[in-house]
Design a protein around this ligand. Structure first.
Ligand code: ZN
Length: 342
């Protein structure tokens, strides 16, 4: 990006109430069949419009066509049985009924390429597309086949690589892998988490990103955050290997989190999407607050590599809250940009 401090969101945005249940992590669709396909495309138009109205520079699909950021991808894989559900503790935090891996996993067909083509036709702005990361996929499935997390990670990485290449071919500018699990299974990040990401971006012709956070603003996550103490130093253990990885951009959580900002120094040289918007609170940040966060981040991130962003996805928020937060992000980044151009 030529523009200084280009804004983006982590990925997901609230869905319109005519499309799906609102403020839910796994919302039920309100329509089915062809009507649902059409409604999802309308939602892509609406979410793009909301982002451009707010002045967001790098737009996304707002994950409007997915029920959930992980399961909608895994639903499309061979070897995953969605009828056979098992209760699993997700990221050691909350129980969910997850599908079971019953055999060798492979990708039946492109999962998001048609949606990406549709969005690409609607805008000339750079598009970031999110995919679940291998570790987070593993954490949202019951594995009854491989029984080896590192082996399964490489299988998923290969599948993600196929999907990512197809997305790049249809004009997606940044592919982002969502790895909230990196903040939980910290010791495994170096062992197989980062190697799997490197495999996922092999031969990719567009930019790549990894998003590592403390989760959506849902109760299970906010309760967990209360147990993490005064300083959250999880990034300290994982950033050194991420710094050496082939990933171009790191998206991290900062605003209202107890993450010591100096940990960003550990990924110096990478582009950093700094979370300047809290997604767990409905209260809207002021533009000055956003600008202050970004100004502080400049101690650890070079100006041409600082990308103002949200802490996480905003799918579970009311629409008007998400809209106002996007506007605050844009306005805050504009303050800083003005300072630099003067
Ligand atoms: Zn997140």
């Amino acid at each position: 990006m030529k523009k200084l401090f280009p804004t983006s969101t982590v990925g997901s945005l609230p869905k319109p109430s005519w499309l799906a249940e609102t403020e839910k992590l796994w919302p039920a669709w309100k329509l089915e069949g062809d009507a649902l396909i059409e409604a999802k495309q309308d939602a892509l138009r609406v979410t793009l419009q909301e982002q451009t109205e707010a002045g967001i520079d790098i737009v996304s699909d707002g994950e409007q066509t997915r029920q959930h950021f992980v399961t909608t991808f895994t639903e499309n894989l061979e070897g995953v049985d969605f009828e056979k559900r098992q209760t699993m503790r997700i990221r050691n935090r909350y129980d969910a009924e997850v599908p079971t891996i019953v055999g060798a996993v492979s990708r039946k067909k492109s999962v998001f390429v048609e949606d990406a083509k549709f969005l690409r036709r609607l805008t000339d702005q750079p598009i970031k597309w999110t995919l679940p990361g291998p570790m987070t996929m593993i954490d949202t499935l019951y594995d009854g086949h491989y029984k080896s997390r590192d082996e399964l990670a490489m299988v998923f990485a290969e599948i993600l690589n196929q999907e990512a290449k197809e997305l790049a071919e249809v004009g997606i500018d940044i592919i982002q892998f969502d790895e909230p699990a990196f903040n939980v299974f910290i010791d495994e990040v170096d062992q197989w988490g980062v190697p799997a990401l490197n495999r996922a971006v092999e031969g990719l012709t567009c930019e790549s990103a990894v998003h590592i956070c403390y989760g959506y603003g849902i109760k299970a996550n906010t309760d967990w955050k209360k147990t993490l103490g005064a300083e959250w130093r999880h990034y300290e253990k994982t950033f050194p290997s991420i710094q050496k990885s082939n990933i171009d951009i790191i998206s991290l959580e900062y605003q209202n989190s107890n993450v010591p900002m100096e940990l960003m120094e550990l990924i110096r040289g990478k582009k950093v999407m700094v979370g300047a918007i809290d997604v767990a609170k409905h209260e809207i940040e002021t533009p000055e607050e956003v600008a202050n966060t970004l100004r502080k981040a400049l101690q650890f991130v070079d100006a041409d590599k600082l990308y103002p962003c949200t802490n996480c996805g905003m799918a579970p928020l009311p629409r008007h809250v998400a809209r106002d937060k996007l506007k605050a992000l844009h306005d805050g980044a504009a303050i800083l940009r003005n300072e630099f151009s003067n």
